[in-house]
Design a protein around this ligand. Structure first.
Ligand code: XUL
Length: 577
């Protein structure tokens, strides 16, 4: 008999693709499809999903492209025979921080869509007051970020209130810049969505509330008081920061935040029922950010870390401690009130590794983007580039783009050496580029180790398990070096679940629809149905006695060297070879 049980969709509107994944109630993934912005929608002319205006440090994406991607994705699902009538719930994951500016006719357009036409034809351009969405790689808001930090008395106090110090990509500073640069378009804006709530709004047929976890990527929501922070809303609303009428207007544009990540926001809009055959009772569940969604791809234990090796590289942990610091981000957990998500996000993660890969290849006379030489160099280079115990340790910092962690405005490559006895750190006169293959991964992993330390149990200062997800997780050399630096009591694992953030979104939709009225938690429901088989593969032992300690020895030197780079005290190189 043909399978007829319920299906749950998880969508991921990420930087370069729109993906969808369908799961059954038993968590089995039964369908996957994707649309690539660069390859499938070339008429927009984006590269890696975005436009870059280098002059003003702006990075942004056309909203119409995302809408056309959804039209195309649904068409592809239909062409492959996907049975829309089984879908009982939809949730999504969106690249974080990006904002979408709806026009005053948006609500009426969304609620009266005709099945004769595509979403693109009906929504773009009329439903938007601004046709672009600022991207998380944007760094045009230095002035606004300073104003946000100042507003509450410094970046540590901003982190205490909102979970993060001021960041270029965070939505509050982006909104303030929009108010300053585009006052007419801002005045013509009825509502502002995050990328996640924009996605939910399309399916809901009306503007969806902002999600309780993704809202923490705005520098506007006070995690301690669980409400918008009036000091920050009034700053984002008007450059003077003291205009009550403007503040009221911004509150209206932002709307309410939905505290329950599993809330049924309402049934799917009739457009999708009539055009694609979704059932009328298909529930729309809040979409969250791609990172919070990733931690929902498995029942994550305390002391477990997920390292996501995508365009950006992130480390994620779920924690009971609200321990904010400007050095990292804390978000509300997407499904469990009282839990938090710790996150570090490196803009240069994958990008920097790829630059070094290409430089190593070039030095060896290879002119393609294969990883073999990089991997060999990363594995064969000894720990910290030290061939014998008395050698100096090599430390590198690689920022082809301005970096988020640490906040470095000037791109560059920086190499340091640490004396074995005095532990003094000095700029290096340079080394062979093959050393950089290990040094880049060591450097990223050391940053993760140092910054996540306050969240770990002081008696057990290593993660229990490190799970790798994303494109780079297939790379054994990266896993090897991460394991050396981070340790991991049970080891390093590859989470082989396809797209982790789309899967997390699908699980969230499933939990929201199937949880018992008693308020069964996400962990309980997913944990009781989850099996590691076929999904989790141990790729490396974690803790290696002596190795983990060797990295501990350079923590102080690393911190000093990084501070020199951040303060602009060292010049750095503009190319690797
Ligand atoms: C997180 C961040 C990125 C984007 C990528 O703060 O900016 O990870 O969410 O999609």
């Amino acid at each position: 008999m043909a399978d007829s049980g319920p299906l749950y969709l998880g969508l991921d509107l990420s930087t370069q693709q729109l993906k969808v994944l369908a799961v059954k109630s038993n968590l089995e993934t039964v369908f996957e499809e994707a649309v690539s912005f660069d390859d499938d929608l070339p008429s927009y002319g984006v590269r890696k999903g975005v436009f870059v205006n280098e002059k003003d440090d702006e990075v942004f994406a056309p909203v119409a492209m995302w809408i056309e991607a959804l039209d195309l994705l649904l068409q592809r699902m239909k062409n492959k025979g996907f049975d829309f009538s089984r879908v009982k719930g939809i949730s999504g994951a969106g690249q974080q921080h990006g904002s979408v500016y709806w026009s005053k006719s948006a609500e009426s357009l969304l609620s009266s869509l005709s099945t004769e036409k595509s979403l693109l034809e009906q929504l773009s351009t009329k439903a938007f007051s601004w046709k672009f969405s600022p991207n998380w790689q944007d760094h045009s808001t230095s002035e606004q970020v300073a104003a946000f930090d100042d507003r509450v008395g410094g970046d540590d106090l901003l982190a205490k209130a909102t979970g993060s110090g001021g960041h270029h990509r965070f939505t509050g500073p982006q909104i303030l810049r929009f108010v300053q640069l585009h006052p007419e378009e801002y005045a013509a804006t009825s509502r502002i969505s995050l990328v996640s709530s924009f996605l939910a709004s399309l399916f809901l047929g009306k503007i969806a509330p902002i999600d309780i976890s993704d809202v923490c990527g705005m520098n506007l929501f006070n995690i301690e008081t669980k409400t918008w922070d009036d000091r920050l809303i009034s700053l984002a609303a008007s450059p003077s920061g003291t205009d009550p009428a403007a503040t009221k207007v911004l509150y209206e544009k932002l709307g309410e935040v939905e505290p329950d990540g599993g809330k049924n926001l309402g049934p799917i809009s009739s457009y999708f029922v009539k055009k694609w055959g979704f059932p009328t009772d298909c529930a729309i569940i809040p979409s969250t950010g791609d990172n919070p969604s990733t931690i929902l791809a498995l029942p994550l234990h305390p002391q477990d870390a997920i390292v996501s090796l995508g365009t950006s590289t992130t480390i994620l942990m779920s924690t009971e401690k609200y321990y904010p610091s400007p050095a990292y981000h804390m978000f509300n957990h997407p499904t469990q009130p009282g839990l938090y998500m710790f996150m570090l996000c490196y803009k240069n993660g994958g990008l920097a590794r790829e630059e070094i890969r290409d430089a190593v290849n070039k030095a060896k006379g290879i002119h393609d983007h294969s990883w073999a030489q990089f991997n060999e160099a990363a594995i064969e280079t000894p720990v910290l580039g030290k061939t014998s115990p008395n050698d100096k340790a090599k430390l590198g910092f690689y920022f082809p783009l301005p970096e988020i962690v640490p906040n470095v405005q000037n791109p560059g490559f920086y190499r340091f050496e640490v004396d074995n006895t005095s532990k003094k750190v000095e700029e290096s006169k340079g080394w062979d580029v093959t050393h950089d293959a290990r040094a880049i991964v060591e450097s990223q992993a050391l940053s993760m180790r140092i910054r996540s330390a306050p969240l770990l149990d002081p008696k057990n200062p290593q993660p229990r398990r490190v799970y790798l997800v994303g494109g780079g997780s297939r790379n054994k050399a990266i896993a090897h070096v991460l394991a050396d630096v981070l340790g991991g009591i049970e080891g390093v694992y590859k989470l082989d679940v396809g797209n982790a953030c789309a899967l997390g979104a699908a699980y969230k939709a499933l939990w929201a629809v199937e949880r018992r009225d008693s308020g069964e938690s996400f962990e309980d429901l997913i944990g009781s149905r989850w099996s590691e088989e076929g999904k989790v593969e141990k790729v490396m032992d974690g803790y290696k006695k002596g190795t983990w300690e060797a990295y501990g020895d350079v923590v102080q030197a690393y911190t000093e060297a990084e501070a020199k780079v951040q303060r602009g005290e060292v010049k750095g190189d503009t190319s690797l070879i």
